[in-house]
Ligand binder design. Structure first.
Ligand SMILES: NC(=O)C1=CN([C@@H]2O[C@H](COP(=O)(O)OP(=O)(O)OC[C@H]3O[C@@H](n4cnc5c(N)ncnc54)[C@H](O)[C@@H]3O)[C@@H](O)[C@H]2O)[C@H](O)CC1
Ligand code: K
Length: 485
């Protein structure tokens, strides 16, 4: 079974989420763009859905005034598109036109302005409290009306601020006195607006109420499965006022008298993302580490064995994430170390790669959710993952297509090319994942690690053909992060 077949099996085994968070929706939105589905297309479909629901109210109420309250974000953009589908309505922009946030919302507002000169769509730009109260008083004196709440959607953060606060309070008062004032909320009710209907797009959001009506707007299910720049945009952002060590501390435990390169590649890759990276290894490896940016912990012996567990459990406490396995070697000594260390490391974030994967005793092994495994095909088969009892740990099955999964999620990454078969790219991948995992959750870190590693390889393929080296890939990591971060 190749990776693509495994992916398809997993999409059937892992139940698709029918309620998602605004953050998950934002990742899907951005990955739609990555897949070539433009936001303006989605906004058009969203606006059409809203107009259809307003027309249902018109069947009940007859030809009544329609007021569309729009914010300056894409929720407002949906309102603009809905206005065009409806015609004969009043669009109230709660804010200055120049503050309309996005291209797609601005384009829809521009169209309305072109129409408003001649047609039956009126536009009011209101920014002052008295202008807003005047419109609300007009609505209060009507027998019947339809209100569209396109003020705030999934972009809402924290307590409702003015002018939305006044509008919501006043509309709730009006609604209480006259049930023939019907309110439809776009995607999400703004604050505690008492809407008759909420039309939410693609999937119900965790911030929706039970009665939300879900409408498809052309987002294919693949947009939830393919890793794109939407995942990268969801990564935690560096706080500009942060101090050294606050952007991730990674400890690489690997290497042996036979292999010194692997843990160094892992550490150098992690260092492009985290701001404090150390390598714990045997003396033959430590003496080869000349990079002053890397901290080292020297361990006794030719291999990291059981005798190192206590010291490494102690050292691990200073780090956010451990990357375990690169170049460890595969013998009884390293086997005893890896199994003992993982048993005692508790819920510390650990990326487990290469030789560590090969020496774990999987019989009765606890696949904890704080573990990320990064096997290639053979290592994956050795792990013997039971597809009917998927693990809490996140598994990254590397290949032409990387498949990233755990018991609740599955995604596939298509960046990368056969130039990456060169030795060391696996060490780099788990270094990138370790750097991300220090400050992000496991599944997102694993997906983004695969995307970044592969995308760096794709950029190098364009620049150098297939003959790029692991160090070239490491040097490309910041470029990829800057492109999409
Ligand atoms: N999911 C989809 O496929 C589509 C979603 N669409 C619509 O887009 C909105 C989300 O748009 P966004 O611009 O991200 O955010 P909002 O419009 O919700 O808010 C924007 C704006 O509001 C300000 N703001 C945030 N919090 C507050 C607050 N507490 N008080 C006052 N103001 C606040 C802030 O400045 C934000 O920038 C989604 O809901 C859908 O309606 C697409 O159009 C179609 C596809
Ligand atoms: K809304």
């Amino acid at each position: 079974m190749d990776n693509l077949e495994l992916f398809k099996i997993l999409t059937k085994k892992i139940k698709e989420k029918d309620i998602i968070s605004p953050k998950e929706m934002e990742i899907i939105d951005n990955n739609c763009e990555y897949l070539g589905i433009s936001r303006i297309l989605l906004m058009e479909n969203a606006g059409k859905c809203v107009a259809e629901e307003v027309n249902k109210f018109k069947v009940e109420l007859g030809e009544v005034p329609i007021f569309i309250f729009c914010g300056t974000g894409n929720n407002g953009g949906d309102g603009f598109a809905a206005a065009r589908h409806l015609g004969n309505c009043s669009v109230i922009l709660l804010g200055k036109e120049e503050n309309i946030k996005t291209y797609e919302a601005r384009e829809n507002f521009k169209i309305l302005k072109n129409l408003a000169e001649f047609g039956d769509i009126s536009i009011k730009n209101v920014t002052h409290q008295n202008e807003i109260l005047e419109i609300l008083n007009e609505i209060e004196n009507l027998d019947k009306a339809i209100i569209v709440d396109a003020m705030l959607g999934t972009g809402i953060r924290g307590e409702l601020r003015e002018p939305y606060k006044t509008v919501v309070e006043k509309l709730n008062e009006i609604k209480k006195k006259n049930d023939n004032i019907k309110i439809i909320s776009v995607d999400v009710e703004t604050g505690d607006l008492n809407a008759d209907k909420v039309i939410t797009f693609h999937k119900r959001k965790t911030i929706n109420k039970e009665n939300a009506i879900v409408k498809p707007i052309g987002i294919p299910k693949e947009a939830e499965y393919i890793v794109g720049w939407g995942d990268l945009k969801a990564l935690s952002k560096r706080d500009p006022n942060s101090h050294k060590g606050e952007n991730g501390k990674v400890l690489v435990i690997g290497g042996s008298k036979e292999f010194f390169g692997a843990p160094i590649l892992t550490a150098l890759a992690a260092l492009k993302i985290a701001d404090l990276v150390a390598v714990a290894s045997v003396k033959d490896v430590v003496k080869k580490i000349t990079n002053p940016e890397l901290i080292t912990y020297k361990l006794k012996g030719d291999y990291i064995g059981e005798k190192c567990i206590d010291k490494l459990i102690e050292i691990s406490k200073k780090f956010d994430c451990i990357v375990l396995g690169n170049g460890l070697g595969v013998n009884e000594e390293t086997k005893a170390f890896v199994n003992g260390f993982l048993e005692r490391i508790g819920n510390k974030k650990v990326v487990i790669d290469a030789d560590a994967i090969k020496v774990i005793e999987y019989e009765g092994f606890e696949f904890r959710e704080n573990f990320i495994f990064t096997p290639h095909r053979r290592e994956f088969e050795y792990m013997g993952i039971n597809l009917d009892n998927l693990p809490s740990s996140t598994i990254v099955l590397k290949g032409r297509y990387d498949v990233i999964f755990n018991k609740n999620n599955v995604k596939i990454n298509k960046t990368g090319n056969s130039g990456m078969t060169v030795g060391g790219t696996g060490d780099i991948l788990c270094g990138i994942i370790g750097g991300l995992y220090a400050k992000n959750e496991a599944f997102l870190s694993a997906c983004c690690g695969c995307f970044i590693n592969g995308y760096a390889g794709d950029l190098l393929l364009k620049e150098k053909g297939y003959y790029y080296t692991p160090i070239d890939i490491i040097e490309k990591i910041p470029h990829v992060l800057k492109l999409f971060g």
